[in-house]
Design a binder for this molecule. Sequence first.
Ligand SMILES: NC(=O)C1=CN([C@@H]2O[C@H](COP(=O)(O)OP(=O)(O)OC[C@H]3O[C@@H](n4cnc5c(N)ncnc54)[C@H](O)[C@@H]3O)[C@@H](O)[C@H]2O)C=CC1
Ligand SMILES: O=C(O)C1=N[C@H](C(=O)O)C[C@H](O)C1
Length: 263
Amino acid sequence: MTSSTAPDTPETTNPLRVAVLGAQGRMGKTVCDAVEAADGLELVARVDSGEDLATVLERSKAQVAVDFTVPSVTEANVHALIDAGVHAVVGTTGWDEASLGRLSEHLQRAHNGVSVLIAPNFSLSAVFAMTLAAKAAPYFESVEIVELHHPDKVDAPSGTARHTAAAISATRSAAGRGSSPDATETGHEARGAVVDGIHVHAVRLRGLTAHEEILLGNPGEQLSIRQDSFERTSFMPGVVLAVRKAPSRPGLTVGLENLLEIG
Ligand SMILES: NC(=O)C1=CN([C@@H]2O[C@H](COP(=O)(O)OP(=O)(O)OC[C@H]3O[C@@H](n4cnc5c(N)ncnc54)[C@H](O)[C@@H]3O)[C@@H](O)[C@H]2O)C=CC1
Ligand SMILES: O=C(O)C1=N[C@H](C(=O)O)C[C@H](O)C1
């Protein structure tokens, strides 16, 4: 209360109107529950495949849309959101330099204050694992990534592993650290994928949800940085934070670490 004569009424603001794309999926359902439970957010649309996104956005008057769909459709969804003036919070994987470039160009051209946050992983454990691994990587001769997921996942390596490899590669290059030693002459296919110069191994196993281990080695010592998402609720605080911050962060942001200011 600012004045002794003013009535003691609580401040009221309109809730932020949120649409969820991929609402019938594993993540989409969890996001719908989290939005419904969050103070200051209102779930105004549950969208899944076969629906016309532009029509739904117009009817629901959504201000922010959360996309957990599939890699083959997420880019088109985000371009449609920019055209509709709706902020986007994106967890779907499959983004690369070319598709991110097209997005930046569209945002500049649209010049409408829309924000797009793309986060390969919304869990705090994954964000800290990636950040710590990138900081440690220049100090170790060897580094490899193992990502482990449920067998219904359609893409490999995971978006998280790709983001981790990119971050590790950047800090190692900046420090003048060369590639990890490796005398392999035969059986290269058994050494996993190579992402930004880092070996990445993908495990798909019933019973798993989403996990990542970064292994760093020096003569006589090893550092293992491991994160485990046992349940999809682990991603929700990050998603809700990103939705809340969306209206105040115009432009493209890649990685939840940038919202936490630990990147
Ligand atoms: N960033 C993060 O923290 C996380 C990211 N993911 C990623 O999120 C994505 C979704 O994962 P899941 O929920 O496990 O997949 P899912 O297969 O269970 O769900 C995808 C949903 O999208 C729907 N869909 C397909 N085309 C659509 C369209 N054009 N419009 C609206 N909906 C459409 C499908 O019908 C399905 O219901 C994946 O790329 C996954 O890697 C998953 C977990 C955490
Ligand atoms: O498909 C999943 O489940 C997940 N996908 C994201 C990824 O590819 O990194 C995030 C998390 O690992 C779960």
